[in-house]
Design a protein around this ligand. Sequence first.
Ligand code: AMP
Length: 287
Amino acid sequence: MRIARTIAELRDAVRSARAAGKRIGLVPTMGAFHEGHLALMRRAKEATSGGFVVVSLFVNPTQFNDPADLARYPRDEMRDAELARAAGVDLLFAPAPEEVYPPGFATTVEVARLSAPLEGAMRGPEHFRGVATVVTKLLNMVQPDDAFFGQKDAQQALVISRLVRDLDIPARIEICPTAREADGLAMSSRNVRLDPESRRRAPAIARALHDVEARVAAGERDMRRAIDGARSILAEARIDPEYFEAVSADTLDPVAHLGDRTLVALAARVGGVRLIDNVIVSPPTAP
Ligand code: AMP
């Protein structure tokens, strides 16, 4: 596996792979790899039929609304490089911030409406502006056939799918399932910052989402009641959610009555670490 630091090196490597007839896959990440990231990398290798898989490792400063969160973000490039290599990645693109944002950088991408609720409301408009801009840049730098993102960040996946469609970027976007720890906790680079007591409380987030799924499976159609019913699971773990909402999985508009593909999204701070998770629920289909 090679490591590229500059866009020129990256483009050279991608050009050679294309000339050799390979399909190009891209997995954008901020590093601190866990099984969720590695599953995306393995899926990229598989979906491109053994093509050329590029993983970008860039802790994008423009999407952090909280400078302390950026400063504390876990970084270990040597470990990440070894894990990526073992997952079959061909090229790790790990640029310095100045390579991505040269002096005079002035252009941003903003996906209206989809960026506003949930994470956008909590983290401010700069968050998804930062995400949309950096992902647009990465898609332009690599020009992949396929790019892979996680359902764990459901709103981000939606924002990216929309910008790719709206800006006619010729890449296929694939959203991959959320990888979880054995106790249900969604894997996240931030989990390493949970102290032992918070780590024990954190799985209540996934349990609360699962409880909403169970209530829907049992016939509940009123999403407010389904969510309110699940709140006691969070309360028992002393977790006070920033949001716990049912929205359309396609538009993110609020959903009062269960519809086809309703996204139930939850964000909470546990011991100072901000965690997000979600599930998609649908009315049971007739047998
Ligand atoms: P990050 O490094 O956190 O920016 O994540 C890089 C990519 O991995 C994004 O597309 C995330 O949605 C995805 N990802 C992060 N955590 C998980 C997870 N637990 N399961 C699946 N995908 C994930």
